[in-house]
Ligand binder design. Sequence first.
Ligand SMILES: Cc1cc2nc3c(=O)[nH]c(=O)nc-3n(C[C@H](O)[C@H](O)[C@H](O)COP(=O)(O)OP(=O)(O)OC[C@H]3O[C@@H](n4cnc5c(N)ncnc54)[C@H](O)[C@@H]3O)c2cc1C
Length: 416
Amino acid sequence: MNEVNWAGNVRYGSTRIARPTTIDEARALVAGADAVKALGSRHSFTGIADTGGIHISLAGLDVPIRIDAARQRVRVGGGVRYGELAQHLERNGWALATLASLPHISVAGAISTGTHGSGVGVPSLAAAVTGLDLLTSTGDLVAIGEGDADLRGAVVGLGALGLVTTVELAIEPSYEVAQTVYEQVPFDAVTTGFDEIMRSAHSVSLFTTLRDDDHVDQVWRKARTDAAVRPLPASLIDREATRPRHPLPGVSAASCTVQGGEPGRWLDRIPHFRLEFTPSNGDELQSEYLVAHEHGPDALAAVRDLAELLRPVLQVCEVRTIASDDLWLSPASGRDSVALHFTWTADGEGVARVLPDLEAALAPFAPRPHWGKVFAPRPVEAWAELYPQWQGFRELRDRLDARGAFRNDFLRGLGL
Ligand SMILES: Cc1cc2nc3c(=O)[nH]c(=O)nc-3n(C[C@H](O)[C@H](O)[C@H](O)COP(=O)(O)OP(=O)(O)OC[C@H]3O[C@@H](n4cnc5c(N)ncnc54)[C@H](O)[C@@H]3O)c2cc1C
């Protein structure tokens, strides 16, 4: 087969992609396969979604989206993309607390890697999960609900536990957001006023190409219009962009969501990129590391010290914040976090060469790599040090996938 991930840097080893439309079809496929793996929208840059057996896409699974207004919950098929879910919620007056930078990703694929947006006090997309149905390698459909002891381990499941056929998420009444971009913000002000800037709106992102030693290229603020107005940090005053901006230098902002402080629907402002366009650049690799929030400014300083090394392969570095959650393998598990993201060029060898130095510079801050973005291999013992519930996850995996049908090289590399 000749199928690749979105970035084209992972060539899948699967023999075919099956697209069941019913749970029973999916059940037969899983139970009859030696090796099997769910495939989401293919936006991960690691081999996390790979398999030597059958790939199963649940994008066409016939599961209606159901809103439970009384409980403020929605049930949705795991293969549905956030962009489609968001439209459905909005039509019915509901919203999610956060979205990733792109709405193109599938719900189950995103939660399986701990995907997040930005915001002090805003946890990852996975933290909104209140239940899921898991089709395990025995062909059993296991319902894991709110309050179930396995839920905290199963949500960020790395595709290791089974097929997530449906997901239940917490929702809230729809709201509006105004997005404003600021440019050329002095780096010193960002470092000394880091918390003030990151707390100044519902969601804030910093973008630096590390090409200007003195300035952060862009600051994106997404403010909810139903929240109390927070004062604009002095370092952002008079620095509002005069026209729409793309985070990457020289790229048209046509693919970006509306800026300029004009209020609009939450789903049209929280992602950086619009569903109908290619997100980001398309010709790229990505890495991301989450550190405890209090280490954010020092970790950013460590990255700046490597500017010369990183520049040849760096398109842009984005800094975001994520509130802590209690999901076992969530990179934000147990600690409010700052995420240092890197959009690289598509030069895989060049990126692989700089990652060890970057990770060594961040090592004092116990960085947790994003599961869906490239990171350097490390000894398997390292994972249990980063994740207190590592052994618990291993036991959960052994129980739910005793025959190892969902194992792949990525998981073996983690010692799972
Ligand atoms: C342009 C771009 C922008 C991005 N922006 C962000 C961002 O803002 N924030 C962020 O945190 N990440 C971001 N990412 C990373 C992305 O969100 C993650 O890699 C996410 O996991 C991709 O979801 P997917 O549907 O493509 O899953 P895939 O990459 O297809 O799969 C990921 C994992 O989920 C598993 N999986 C998929 N579907 C199921 C299922 N139904 N049941 C069980 N397991 C399943 C797969 O087996 C695999 O293990 C970005 C990626 C790109 C390419």
